[in-house]
Design a protein. Structure first.
Length: 244
C-alpha cells in the first residue's frame, strides 16, 4: 500500500505546469517505471553517473552512463534580422520562453547564433535542461533612467533533444546467485502522453517548443555619427638597382 501511494504521488509529479510551460520530469518518469516493473521492489536507484552502479563498477560491458544532447534547434526566420533602431542608442536582448520543457540531471547545451544590431553575428550558449525561460544577455549596459522605448517581435522555436544510455537500480532482497543490481535502457521510458519517444532500448527522444522574444531597448540618446578618417596620400618608394 505504501508503494502504491508513493507511485501515485510520483506520477503526479511527472508533468508539472510552471506558468505557461509544461515541464516533464524525467526523474519522476524513471521512478514511476521502476515502481510499476520491479516486482520484488527496489532498494535504491539512480539516473545519472553518480549512482553506485557506475562508481562501484556493477555495470556490464555494453552499458554506459546516460548523456543528453540537442539534435536540432530551429527558430522562425521572422526573428532573424534585428529591429530598426533609427538614430537612437539601443541594445538587444533575447528571451527564450518554453511551452514544453524537461527536467533532468543532464545538460542539454546548444549554440544559437543571431544577427546583431551592430552588425555581425553573436553566438549564445543555451542550456535547455530545466529551462522555463532563458535570457541573453543578462545585462545590457544601459542607464535605466534613460530608457525611452522598447519594441519586440516574437517567433516560435523548437528543439529536438535525446538521452542515450542506461540507468540502474538495486533490488530489495537478493536471493541466491541472482544479481542485486540491474541496468535499464532509457528507451524503456517511452511514453507518448509525456512526449517521450523511445528509439531502441537505450535512446529516448523529446521535442521542446516555445517562443523567442527579440527585444530592442532604446534610450533617448542620439547615436553619434562616426567621423570619416581622411585617406593618406600614397607614398612612392623608388628603388635603385646597382649595375655591376
Amino acid at each position: 500500500m505504501r508503494v502504491s501511494a508513493f507511485a501515485g504521488l510520483t506520477l503526479l509529479l511527472v508533468a508539472v505546469r510552471q506558468g505557461a510551460c509544461k515541464m516533464v520530469n524525467l526523474t519522476a518518469v524513471a521512478e514511476g517505471y521502476l515502481n510499476e516493473t520491479v516486482e520484488e521492489g527496489w532498494k535504491s536507484w539512480g539516473l545519472d553517473g553518480s549512482y553506485e552502479y557506475w562508481t562501484g563498477r556493477h555495470f556490464t560491458k555494453h552499458e554506459h552512463k546516460i548523456k543528453g544532447s540537442v539534435d536540432g534547434f530551429q527558430q522562425d526566420d521572422k526573428c532573424k534580422d534585428p529591429l530598426d533602431a533609427g538614430n537612437k542608442v539601443c541594445k538587444e536582448r533575447f528571451i527564450w520562453m518554453f511551452e514544453q520543457g524537461i527536467w533532468s540531471p543532464f545538460q542539454l547545451l546548444v549554440n544559437v547564433t543571431v544577427k546583431m544590431l551592430e552588425g555581425g553575428n553573436e553566438t549564445f550558449e543555451l542550456d535547455l535542461n530545466n529551462a522555463t525561460t532563458v535570457v541573453k544577455p543578462q545585462l545590457l549596459g544601459l542607464n535605466a533612467m534613460r530608457v525611452a522605448t522598447t519594441k519586440h517581435k516574437t517567433c516560435p522555436f523548437n528543439a529536438q533533444v535525446s538521452f542515450e544510455g542506461w540507468f540502474a537500480y538495486k533490488i530489495k532482497d537478493k536471493r541466491g546467485d541472482v544479481p542485486d543490481y540491474y541496468g535499464v535502457g532509457i528507451g524503456k521510458l517511452s511514453d507518448t502522453k509525456y512526449g517521450l519517444v523511445g528509439d531502441g532500448a537505450e535512446k529516448l527522444r523529446f521535442n521542446m517548443t516555445g517562443s523567442v522574444k527579440r527585444l530592442l531597448v532604446c534610450t533617448n540618446q542620439i547615436k553619434k555619427k562616426r567621423k570619416k578618417t581622411p585617406r593618406r596620400a600614397a607614398t612612392t618608394t623608388t628603388t635603385t638597382t646597382k649595375q655591376l
